[in-house]
Ligand binder design. Sequence first.
Ligand code: SAM
Length: 260
Amino acid sequence: MKAKKSLGQNFLIDTAVVDKIIEAGEIYSDDNVLEIGPGRGFLTKALVRRSKKVLAIEKDEELARFCRNSLRADNLEILTGDVLDTNWKEVLNQRDFLAFKVIANIPYYITGKILRLFLENSFQPQILVLMVQKEVAERICAKPGKLGILSLSVQYFGEPEIVTIVPREKFEPAPDVDSAVIKIVIKKEGRLELEAEKKFFRLIKVGFSSPRKTLVNNLSVGLDLKKKVVEKILIKIGFKGTTRAQELGVEDWIKMIEYF
Ligand code: SAM
């Protein structure tokens, strides 16, 4: 079977990386796992051995058929379809996946959409373990000073960490970039009410509208407030007039939504 570039098919060929993914997912015999893009089943095989049930979704019909025929396990179900077009609330409910973990070595061009799909919803997994482009992993896991909209959005819902860097030679065919496995443990508490959550994301967007400018500048332009007023509020909350958006963590932005 020839790898299809259009579906981001770069297959893992290193068992040590598989072991690290399983360990990061904290996969045990009572766990339900949702695997996105099983491909030729290299990772799926290990997941099936370790977990209670694996539900996998593969867009490529030929590969889905191949996996069904070659893996044949009672605790494996492979759906043919696009992860982004699936009604997950319904699919997960039908299978009693009340708690589940997402494991995915996905095409890089859908990383953002997968994150939104499984973070910004009521059917959040307990843990997500994703293979992503190395630079994207670093952006997601960034610390204050280097934070951005992507890192804050993920860090609001969960605690991300880089598990391991995966050089391009660990795939067949080798992609043009290096990768990293990231683990995101979903926070059980701390999610805001719907309106406050919307405000949180709106404020972040405004705060980062011109990344080179100060927060005072961005907020005063974006919220149509006088600079002096914005500065006064920032100082009141404990920041400086020169503070930049990338220096503030999730808790800082939550503090700010009370005032803006
Ligand atoms: N998990 C396998 C591995 O580790 O070797 C394959 C990884 S490969 C990078 C990504 C897989 O996701 C491919 O099998 C591809 O066909 C599948 N895929 C691509 N887009 C998809 C989508 N929107 N929904 C479901 N599967 C998709």
